[in-house]
Design a protein around this ligand. Structure first.
Ligand SMILES: *Cc1c(COP(=O)(O)O)cnc(C)c1O
Length: 232
């Protein structure tokens, strides 16, 4: 077994044990492998180990990988920050985008989504830790943004995403993720089809699962430590 396959096995085991502990059904939690900076051979290993959802952050790098791996049945998620002049490539190549925080981005994506493709799945990124430096929509602006995005024909709002301030304090982790779950519950009163909470990374996966995550984004625990990304 490759070390990646072995890591995946351990992450899946941890995921299902955690789900069980908190009375969650682990089948409702998608394991999204975050493959930014990793070579395509690592993605193939993870694919052979059974994973089908992969998340990328850097557009140029991801487009090359998507092209190289086009014979595989991969669901591609863009999880990095996206400038408005780069929306077309995401609209044309990805199944999901997790970082929408402005109406203008949604509008461009909807306009640019090719008509023969199904609507692009999106999550609205929430700046849940209210950090100046973090991207994401504020909690106060969230209902209006969801309402506006829901009108667009070629994207479909699936739920919320967050990258909370990193901390080792599991109580703090859980508190923040619980706020996200509460936001989703409130929105579901008007938008019952919302079904996605994209939250939890290698360092806080268990807390995210405890509080209702439906999609954990795991890089390091699957592929090992990343080399620092050089500017592109
Ligand atoms: C890199 C990244 C991850 C994965 O982080 P790990 O700590 O390596 O699991 C998850 N989500 C986003 C948005 C990322 O950029």
């Amino acid at each position: 077994m490759s070390s990646i396959a072995n890591n995946i096995h351990m992450v899946q085991q941890h995921l299902s044990e955690t789900a069980k502990k908190y009375n969650r059904n682990s089948e409702e939690i998608t394991l999204l492998a975050v493959s930014k900076t990793r070579p395509v051979d690592d993605i193939k290993d993870a694919y052979l180990a059974g994973l089908r959802h992969f998340g990328e952050n850097y557009l140029q790098e991801s487009l090359e990988k998507i092209d190289t791996l086009k014979s595989l049945n991969i669901c591609w998620h863009f999880i990095g920050p996206l400038q408005s002049n780069k929306t077309r490539a995401v609209a044309e190549n990805f199944h999901w985008l997790h970082t929408v925080a402005r109406f203008k981005i949604g509008q461009r994506l909807s306009d640019q989504r090719p008509p023969e493709m199904p609507p692009l799945n999106i999550c609205v990124q929430v700046n849940i830790s209210e950090e100046e430096s973090k991207s994401g929509c504020s909690v106060a602006e969230l209902p209006k943004l969801i309402e506006q995005l829901s009108q667009l024909p070629n994207i479909i709002v699936r739920g919320l995403m967050a990258i909370p301030t990193a901390t080792d304090n599991t109580e703090l982790q859980r508190k923040t993720f619980a706020q996200m779950k509460q936001l989703l519950l409130e929105l579901q009163q008007n938008y019952p089809h919302l079904d996605t909470l994209s939250m939890g990374m290698s360092g806080d996966m268990a807390a995210a699962v405890a509080e209702g995550s439906t999609m954990v984004r795991i890089g390091t625990a699957i592929f090992g430590p990343r080399a620092p990304k050089t500017a592109q």
